[in-house]
Design a protein around this ligand. Structure first.
Ligand code: ZN
Length: 203
């Protein structure tokens, strides 16, 4: 793994697709290979633990909680890592341009950056940060959960409740992985229910 200098490695996909586990696995491999590594996660995502990245399959990795990219840069100035991991990058605070600039600065210093994040939200709309990062990646893996309706590769984290916020943190039970075709069917069913309710309301 010693050829890894200043590479951008991205793990993306829906919820329950194993992207965090893959980030953890990469970090552990870099540690075995003797790289000084630092792992971060946005402080807004404190679902399971305040100082560890823990994936849905309950593996874990020590991580520093940060609000935004400037805090990551400060930590890197101090500890001089060769590999930096950022989990749930879509939750990182601050402007998209600042995040991209920060990551580029790390890459230009020959630091390898591993990022895990959601590519699209519950409605199939792209997260801006991933939209910017994916084309500049050296290595990009799109992970897939399993569609709970038909068992094929899932595409989206469908939200079963009507909450309108883009991400409901800590509400993993409210989401289910669906493939595109099952998602479209589900949306049609939901709109029928809405229409029926509207008719009832008018009556
Ligand atoms: Zn399906």
């Amino acid at each position: 793994m010693h050829q890894y200098k200043g590479k951008l490695i991205i793990h993306t996909g829906s919820m329950f697709s194993g992207k965090t586990s893959s980030l953890e696995k990469d970090v552990k491999r870099f540690r075995i290979a003797g790289y000084n590594t630092l792992a971060f996660k946005p402080s807004v995502d404190t679902r399971y633990s305040t100082s560890e990245i823990i994936s849905h399959d309950q593996t874990s990795l020590e991580a520093l909680l940060v609000e935004d990219i400037s805090k990551i840069m400060e930590h890197c100035e101090k500890s001089n890592p060769k590999v930096v991991a950022i989990d749930e990058v879509q939750f990182l605070g601050g402007e998209i341009d600042e995040i991209i600039n920060g990551i580029n600065q790390l890459l230009e210093k020959d630091i390898t950056v591993i990022v895990a994040g959601l590519d699209i939200d519950f409605s199939g709309k792209a997260f801006e940060i991933l939209k910017e990062l994916m084309p500049i990646a050296d290595y990009l893996t799109k992970h897939h959960a399993v569609c709970v309706k038909c068992g094929t590769d899932a595409w989206v984290s469908h939200r079963k409740t009507k909450a309108q916020e883009r991400v409901v943190i800590g509400a993993t039970k409210e989401y289910e992985p669906l493939c595109r075709s099952c998602y479209v069917k589900e949306k049609k069913e939901e709109s029928k229910i809405v229409n029926k309710n509207q008719v009832t309301f008018i009556e």
